[in-house]
Design a protein around this ligand. Structure first.
Ligand code: ADP
Ligand code: MG
Length: 684
C-alpha cells in the first residue's frame, strides 16, 4: 500500500538512478511528486485537418502513412527516416533524424496522430521529429494538454509524467483535504483530488484554471495560517513586562527633536513591551527616515528596566556604524556598550561573553556572531535586527529561541505595498515611519545616456575637487552569466575611472571579494581615504557616508526601481547638496518612463508601487529576499486578491481553532508544520 510519505523508489520504472535525479529536484516522496507541479503546458488537444494548418504552428494532425518509411544514411552519426502522411484534406512529409527505429515502428497504410511544428504550406508541408502515437492510443501523448515539467539530467518528460500518473493512481484516494470544508465551500474551490489530478493532467484549460485557483489559494492559506499561528502563539506567550519609563529624559538629550512618526513608532513598541506579551514588531521606513533612533529609544527603555539589548546588523561595517551612532545617543547616560563580530579578538570575545552572561552589559552590537551557540545572555530583554530582508522567517524564530523570550524589533528600509506586507509580515506588528526628519535634502535625480559621459566625468572631477565623495554602482554580474557587451564589470569600470582621473583615489568593492576585504575597502571610503568607490550593489544595505554627494548608477536599466531608490538613499545624508545620475543607453520608452519615475519622486512607497506595477512581484521579491518559503503556484503580487481572501479565511479559522488541534484541521496542521520544517532548513 502506498502512502504519501512512501519513497518514489516504490514506483515502477524508478530505480536508484532515477530516484536520485528526482532528489535533485527536491522530490523524495510520493507527496513531493504530486506537489511537483508542471512548469507549463503544451496544447496538443487540437487536431487539425492537414490543409488547415499554418506554417510554424505546433499542432496535432491525424494521418494515414502513405508510403513505406525509408531509412537513409547521410553520413556517420546522421541518418533519417522519411515518409508521407495524408488525410482527407491534404498531405505532409514527416522526417525523423537519428531515430532509425521509426522505420520499423511506423507502418504504411496505418493511421497515427502526430504532434509537432508544421513547416511550409500547400503541398509542401513537413514535420520534423514529431511526437507520434497510434490513433488508438490517442490521449497518451497527443490529443490532450500535456504537462511540461522542470527536468534535470537523468530524467525526461515521459519518465516524470509516468511517475506522476502512477503516484496519482496510487494516492489519489488518500490525498488529505487540507482546506476546511467551510472554507472550500465559501471560496468555491474544487476538492484536493480534483485539483492534483488536473494540475498535472488537465482535461482542458478551464479545468486547469479551476485546479490552479484552488492550489494557489491553498498555498497562500497554509502560509497565512503558519504566520498567523506564530503570531498567536507569541501574543499568548508571556514576555518580560517592562515598566514604562518617562522618555522625556531621552528625547531631551538629543541634538534634535524626534519626528511625530518616530514618537508614534516608539509609543507603539513601548505598548508591546509593557503588555506582558512578547513584542515582535517591524519598523518600516524609507532610507533616512530615522529608524536607528527608534531602536535607540527602545534600547534605552530596556536599560531603564535593567535589561540588556542586542543589535544585529547584516555586515561588519554596518555594525561598526551602528556602534558609533548608538554610542552617541546612549553613552551619555552611562550605558555599557560593546561590539561583538567575527573579527573581535579571542580575548575580547571572552570578556564580552563573560560580561553578557553576568548581565554586565547594556547593549551589544554585532553580526550573526551575536547568536552563535556559545553566547549566553544573563538578562537579554530586546533584540533589534537591521535590514530585515536579510533574515528569513526561520532565522527570526531562531533569534526568539535565544534565552528567555526577548522582545524583537526588526527594521526594514524596503517599502512594501500593503497587499504584500500583509502576508510577508503576517507574524509581525508593523509601525511605519512615513515622515522624514526636517531639513532632509532632496536628491536631484537625472537619467542620462552615454553622450553625457564627458560632462559626467567633469562633474565627478568638480565635486571631488570640492572634497566630496562619489559612489559609482555597476550591476552585479552572475558568475556564470556571460558578460553582455554593453555591461561593464565593476573592476573594469574602476580601472577606466582611475585612468580618467589619475589625481583621484578610486577604489572598488564587489561581491566576489572576501567579507574582510570588502569591509576594509568600505571602511577606507567611510574614513574619507578614497574619493570614488566603484561597487556592485553591496553598498545597498545602508552604509552612512555623509560626505558622499553623488551616486552614479551605470546600466541603470538593469536595476529595479526600488533598488535604485535604495541606492539613491546613500547620498544626501549630510549637509551637502546631492545628486543621483542614472546612466543608461538602453533604447525604448519603457526604460525611459521607468527611470523618469525616479527623477520625479523621492517617495519610496510611490516608487515601490510603480515598481510592482511595472515589473510584477516575481522580480520585486525573489523569495530568497523576502525570507518566505518558495511558492509553487502562487505569484504573490499577481494573485493579490486570492492572497487577501486566503489571509482573511486563515485569520477566521485561527480564531476558532488557534492551535489547529481540532480533528478536522489535522491535515492543515500537518501542512503548516511541514512548511516550518522546510523553511527552517533553507535558512541554515
Ligand atoms: P534610516 O532610517 O535610513 O536607518 P537613520 O536612522 O540612519 O535612517 O537616520 C538618518 C539620519 O537622520 C541620521 O544621521 C540621524 O541622526 C538623523 N535623524 C534621525 N532622526 C532625526 C530627527 N528627528 N531630526 C533630525 N535628524 C534625524
Ligand atoms: Mg539604517
Amino acid at each position: 500500500m502506498a502512502e504519501l510519505q512512501t519513497e518514489i523508489r516504490y514506483l515502477k520504472g524508478i530505480g536508484e538512478k532515477k530516484a536520485q535525479a528526482f532528489h535533485k529536484l527536491g522530490v523524495f516522496t510520493l507527496y513531493d511528486l504530486l506537489s511537483f507541479f508542471p512548469r507549463r503546458y503544451e496544447d496538443r488537444s487540437v487536431c487539425k485537418p492537414i490543409a488547415l494548418t499554418q506554417n510554424g504552428e505546433s499542432v496535432c494532425v491525424r494521418g494515414l502513412v502513405a508510403d513505406t518509411p525509408r531509412l537513409t544514411r547521410i553520413r556517420r552519426g546522421l541518418d533519417l527516416v522519411k515518409f508521407r502522411i495524408v488525410d482527407e484534406s491534404g498531405m505532409a512529409e514527416v522526417t525523423y533524424f537519428n531515430q532509425s527505429y521509426r522505420r520499423d515502428g511506423i507502418h504504411k497504410g496505418e493511421s497515427y496522430v502526430f504532434f509537432g511544428k508544421i513547416e511550409g504550406s500547400g503541398t509542401r508541408r513537413s514535420m520534423v521529429n514529431p511526437v507520434c502515437e497510434r490513433e488508438e492510443a490517442e490521449g497518451g501523448v497527443t490529443g490532450r494538454i500535456m504537462p511540461v515539467y522542470r527536468l534535470c539530467a537523468g530524467l525526461n518528460q515521459r519518465t516524470v509524467m509516468q511517475a506522476v500518473r502512477q503516484g496519482l493512481d496510487a494516492c489519489g484516494e488518500i490525498l488529505p483535504e487540507t482546506l476546511p470544508e467551510t472554507v472550500r465551500r465559501q471560496e468555491q474551490l474544487c476538492p484536493a483530488r480534483y485539483a492534483y489530478e488536473n494540475i498535472h493532467f488537465p482535461a482542458d484549460f478551464q479545468t486547469l484554471e479551476i485546479a490552479r485557483r484552488r492550489l494557489i489559494f491553498e498555498e497562500l492559506f497554509v502560509l497565512a495560517c503558519a504566520l498567523g499561528k506564530m503570531r498567536g502563539e507569541r501574543v499568548r506567550e508571556q514576555g518580560i513586562r517592562l515598566e514604562r519609563p518617562e522618555l522625556g529624559d531621552f528625547w531631551q538629550s538629543l541634538p534634535f527633536s524626534p519626528t511625530n512618526a518616530q514618537r508614534r513608532a516608539v509609543d507603539e513598541a513601548l505598548h508591546d513591551l509593557c503588555s506582558g506579551s512578547v513584542m515582535n514588531r517591524l519598523v518600516q521606513g524609507d532610507v533616512g527616515s530615522g529608524k536607528t533612533l527608534v531602536a535607540a529609544a527602545l534600547i534605552w527603555a530596556a536599560w531603564k528596566n535593567g535589561l540588556c539589548s542586542a543589535f544585529m546588523a547584516p555586515t561588519e561595517i554596518l555594525a561598526q556604524q551602528h556602534l558609533s551612532t548608538l554610542t552617541a545617543f546612549l553613552a551619555p547616560f552611562g550605558m555599557r556598550i560593546r561590539k561583538l563580530t567575527g573579527s573581535t579578538t579571542a580575548k575580547e570575545k571572552r570578556e564580552i561573553k563573560a560580561a553578557l552572561k553576568a548581565g554586565e552589559l547594556d547593549l551589544v552590537i554585532g553580526t550573526h556572531a551575536l547568536f552563535s551557540a556559545d553566547v549566553e545572555y544573563g538578562n537579554l530583554g530586546l533584540v533589534v535586527t537591521d535590514e530585515q530582508h536579510r533574515f528569513g522567517v526561520g532565522q527570526r524564530s531562531a533569534l526568539i529561541g535565544k534565552g528567555q523570550r526577548p522582545h524583537v524589533l526588526v527594521m526594514s528600509a524596503t517599502p512594501i505595498p500593503r497587499t504584500l506586507a500583509l502576508i510577508l509580515y503576517g507574524d509581525l506588528d508593523v509601525s511605519i515611519l512615513d515622515e522624514m526628519p526636517p531639513g532632509r535634502q532632496k536628491v536631484d535625480t537625472f537619467a542620462v545616456n552615454e553622450s553625457y559621459r564627458a560632462r559626467l566625468n567633469g562633474f565627478i572631477r568638480k565635486l571631488a575637487a570640492e572634497g566630496r565623495q562619489i559612489f559609482v554602482v555597476c550591476p552585479m554580474v552572475e558568475e556564470n552569466e556571460e558578460l553582455p557587451q554593453e555591461l561593464k564589470s565593476a573592476e573594469e569600470h574602476a580601472r577606466e575611472l582611475q585612468e580618467a582621473f589619475p589625481e583621484l583615489r578610486v577604489a572598488c568593492v564587489h561581491g566576489r571579494m572576501k567579507a574582510k576585504e570588502k569591509d576594509a575597502v568600505m571602511a577606507a571610503f567611510v574614513a574619507g581615504e578614497t574619493d570614488v568607490l566603484v561597487s556592485t550593489t553591496v553598498i545597498e544595505v545602508g552604509v552612512d557616508v555623509p560626505n558622499a554627494a553623488l551616486m552614479v548608477v551605470e546600466n541603470a536599466e538593469r536595476f529595479g526601481l526600488s533598488q535604485l531608490h535604495q541606492l539613491r538613499g546613500r547620498v544626501g545624508r549630510g549637509v551637502h547638496k546631492s545628486w543621483c545620475i542614472l546612466v543608461s543607453d538602453a533604447e525604448g520608452e519603457e526604460v525611459r518612463s521607468r527611470l523618469d519615475i525616479l527623477c520625479k519622486t523621492g517617495d519610496g512607497f510611490k516608487v515601490a508601487e510603480e515598481d510592482l506595477r511595472l515589473r510584477g512581484p516575481g522580480d520585486f521579491f525573489g523569495s530568497r529576499q523576502s525570507g518566505l518559503p518558495e511558492m509553487h503556484v502562487a505569484d504573490l503580487g499577481a494573485d493579490a486578491q486570492i492572497l487577501q481572501r486566503a489571509q482573511q479565511a486563515a485569520l477566521k479559522l485561527l480564531e476558532e481553532d488557534p492551535e489547529l488541534d481540532l480533528p478536522e484541521d489535522a491535515p492543515l496542521r500537518e501542512r503548516v508544520e511541514r512548511l516550518f520544517r522546510v523553511s527552517a532548513d533553507s535558512f541554515n
